[in-house]
Design a protein around this ligand. Structure first.
Ligand code: ARG
Length: 459
């Protein structure tokens, strides 16, 4: 039976099922690197402050460094008899450097150790996700450049609304991801906090140097309340919220691609490598990756709810419930990062198909807003113009005649302001070209935006 970090006051052996119920090693082994780094800094600090002898600190740090290397190589052996990664590394260290290892735990508790490790993990993963999101933006931008000029119907209520540049939609995705990146940076500010040195909850009587620890571990700030330090998991809830919003975006982007890829819409073609077939229907090419990104958003939300729910009602300070924060955290980080990469590949390989679009624009009702604004330019109030155009559309539908098939004389029955040039606006190219407002789908504006993002994302 393995030794524990806390065996002294116990005379009975822990029941096997209690170890397996309370153990977190299967999950928190993910923190191994951060635990080694945190402990190395702690050992150095203990040596510097003479809480332990400098040579003892060096021996411990060396031992930890060799454990760190084995973790990185993937050769570190986890012993499931030890309940968590902290105990695992502690006892591996003892095996390596002998009893001097027992001096390492002075002035710390696993309560501050685990939060410190988790904060280091989050900082790294925030950076990783930021990079993955930027890479996805780049591949979306690539598609926006490749297919510049391709016009599709824009939708509201999933009904034809107005013509838009496909690139304008793609740039909308880039905007969404840019907000996600900003949220990642924002939550990183509150994550970047040294908690080590808070002890179990009240600090320590030993003369530790937290400023030195902060410097060694590269944290921006030091926690100012030891009770809050070991109890606070806000940074995890925040990170999971950011990931929830991000996965909501990825889900919506996926849904667009799923729709646009169907035979009914037929605007894009998803590369085969990102699709799967049917075991029964030989013709099928299904967008399963996109569907799973859409579906997994719900898993990411439930990870957030799971941690927020676990924390609600917990008394200060540390409680073992908090151990349950890691599985949802790691799970969300891993899934969202995988999704960002997969979507990047999908956008790199996506193709457009123009056939369907041409037939869609034969239904000229999509130019209704352009017609109404044409009349406004002739001095008619928008309400009136709206009404005139509405009646015109109704007439054209009833008589199964498109607006451009009507004569100017017929059009004048709806409004005397119609002139010959009305026919020139009834096409998608004019519709986007005549947009005037900043941020609109006018190709000139869209091109400018592409240039801007090109510059931003290159940096
Ligand atoms: N595995 C624990 C966690 O993740 C470490 C802290 C244990 N502390 C304790 N007092 N039992 O929260």
């Amino acid at each position: 039976m393995a030794k524990k970090m806390w065996g002294g006051r116990f005379s009975k052996k822990m029941k096997k099922e209690v170890l397996s119920f309370t153990s977190s090693i299967d999950v928190d082994k993910e923190l191994a690197i951060y635990d080694c780094l945190g402990s190395m800094a702690h050992a150095k600090m203990l040596g510097k402050t003479k809480i332990i002898k400098p040579e003892e600190a060096r021996t411990i740090a060396k031992g930890l460094n060799s454990i760190l290397r084995s973790v990185k190589k993937g050769t570190f052996r986890i012993d499931k008899d030890f309940e968590d990664i902290h105990s695992n590394i502690q006892f591996a260290l003892e095996k390596k450097v002998g009893r001097v290892a027992n001096k390492l735990h002075a002035a710390r508790s696993r309560n501050d150790q685990v939060v410190n490790d988790t904060r280091m993990y989050c900082k790294d993963k925030i950076d990783m996700l930021f990079k993955s999101a930027a890479l996805l933006q780049k591949s979306i931008l690539g598609a926006a450049k490749r297919y510049f000029g391709f016009i599709i119907p824009g939708y509201t209520h999933l009904e034809h609304a107005q013509p838009i540049l496909f690139s304008h939609i793609l740039l909308a995705y880039i905007e969404m991801l840019e907000r996600d990146k900003a949220r990642l940076c924002d939550t990183k500010k509150r994550t970047d906090l040294l908690v080590s040195g808070s002890g179990a909850l009240s600090g320590t009587t030993l003369p530790i140097d937290r400023v030195y620890l902060k410097k060694l571990l590269g944290f921006k700030a030091i926690s100012k309340n030891s009770i809050d330090a070991v109890s606070d998991r806000d940074f995890i809830v925040e990170f999971l919220s950011v990931l929830s919003i991000m996965s909501m975006h990825l889900s919506r982007i996926s849904e667009d691609l799923i729709l646009y890829g169907t035979k009914e819409f037929g605007f894009v073609e998803i590369d085969e490598r990102y699709c799967t077939g049917s075991s029964l229907m030989p013709q099928k090419k299904n967008p399963d990756v996109l569907e799973l990104i859409r579906g997994r958003a719900s898993q990411i939300y439930s990870n957030l709810v799971s941690v927020a729910g676990m924390l609600k009602g917990l008394p200060l300070s540390y409680n073992r419930d908090m151990q349950l924060d890691k599985e949802p955290l790691f799970n969300s980080v891993e899934i969202v990062n995988e999704e960002l990469k997969l979507l990047g590949g999908i956008f790199k390989s996506v193709k457009i198909s123009e056939n369907k679009v041409a037939s869609v624009f034969k239904d000229e009702s999509i130019f209704a807003t352009d017609i109404a604004e044409y009349l406004v330019k002739k001095g008619i109030s928008f309400r009136k113009a709206h009404d005139i155009t509405g009646r015109l559309i109704k007439h054209s539908e009833k008589n199964k005649k498109s607006i451009s098939q009507l004569s100017l004389k017929e059009l004048k029955k709806f409004s005397k302001s119609f002139e010959k040039n009305i026919f020139a606006i009834l096409n998608p190219t004019s519709s986007v070209k005549f947009k005037k407002s900043i941020g609109s789908t006018n190709p000139l504006f869209v091109k400018k935006e592409i240039k801007k993002w090109n510059k931003i994302l290159r940096g």
